[in-house]
Design a protein around this ligand. Structure first.
Ligand SMILES: Nc1ncnc2c1ncn2[C@@H]1O[C@H](COP(=O)(O)OP(=O)(O)OP(=O)(O)O)[C@@H](O)[C@H]1O
Length: 278
């Protein structure tokens, strides 16, 4: 379990970005973290891996304080940054050097993931394209089998087939003792993947809800100009016409449009908070 308790953080002493954040992430779930540029996503991720220290409050990951960066903690967590770095090593040499840090690392699984992501090479990793390097790191991270896996924009740089395979791999690598936390702007890449949506803005938690709860509470539709069936909670013009969010009165889980949900949460935070806090 990951727990932020009254977490406060500011880059400047007199200006807090996060103020008393309460957030709990449960094992066995894939979380999608969404936020505009500058909302505080990377700050949250850096705090989670112990690179930033809270101004006040605490973060606990399976009982560890990440800032202490104990080896017993570090072997249970893997962070994939947006810009990955790979040294001038072949895959075999990379495994020899880095896999020993992760006791649950599984070479056979790495080979399987690389196969599925179509990364086949005996070249040194730094000679690969950016997308191939990223896919190697994703495969390596999954094969480390850490209980916490954090990814910042993992699908940036991946081609369309790789994004689809990425979603499948993440789902298949998920298990009940693992937390996967994905920060992204690519809302479509989260479809059919995440269990819970977290939206932040200016360090404030706007939404933290399981997808099935969102799908039962809200309905996402493209409607005609004279649509009057339900009170519209949020609307926007899209290429196909008028996209609206209404309360879901069908009793059936609706398919979430993550982009609209994000726009609604950031443009009309009060509406979203009212619906999900009650
Ligand atoms: N090292 C730093 N020193 C001072 N301010 C910083 C620093 N890093 C980030 N900030 C500020 O903190 C706020 C949150 O930044 P952060 O990088 O966490 O946002 P983000 O949600 O990851 O943005 P993006 O989507 O653009 O990557 C921004 O206002 C940013 O300018």
């Amino acid at each position: 379990m990951i727990r932020f308790d009254k977490f406060c953080f500011g880059y400047k002493a007199n200006k807090l970005l996060y103020r008393d954040l309460q957030l709990t992430l449960q094992t066995g779930k894939i979380y999608g973290l969404l936020g505009k540029n500058g909302a505080g996503k990377s700050t949250l991720l850096k705090s989670l891996i112990g690179l930033l220290y809270p101004s006040s409050g605490t973060i606990s990951i399976n009982g560890f304080n990440p800032f202490h960066r104990k080896p017993s903690f570090l072997k249970t967590i893997y962070f994939i940054p947006e810009e990955v770095y790979v040294p001038a090593l072949t895959i075999d040499s990379y495994v020899v050097l880095f896999a020993p840090f992760y006791p649950l690392f599984d070479r056979a699984k790495l080979n399987g993931y690389l196969d599925k992501l179509d990364v086949h090479t005996n070249e040194k990793l730094n000679k690969l394209s950016f997308g191939q390097q990223k896919k190697f790191i994703i495969a390596f991270a999954l094969a480390c089998n850490t209980s916490v896996l954090i990814m910042d924009e993992p699908t940036n740089g991946l081609d369309i087939p790789s994004k689809k395979r990425f979603r499948k791999l993440i789902s298949s690598a998920m298990h009940e003792d693992r937390i996967i936390f994905i920060s992204t702007h690519q809302t479509r890449d989260l479809e059919n993947l995440i269990d819970q949506v977290i939206i932040i803005d200016n360090g404030e938690l706007l939404l933290n809800a399981p997808v099935e709860v969102i799908g039962h509470k809200l309905s996402f539709k493209i409607v005609s100009e004279d649509y009057k069936d339900q009170p519209v909670l949020y609307e926007e013009e899209v290429l196909q016409g008028r996209a609206v969010i209404t309360k879901n009165m069908d009793g059936v889980e609706a398919k979430i449009n993550f982009e609209q949900l994000f726009n609604a949460a950031t443009e009309s935070p009060a509406i979203v908070k009212t619906i999900f806090n009650n």
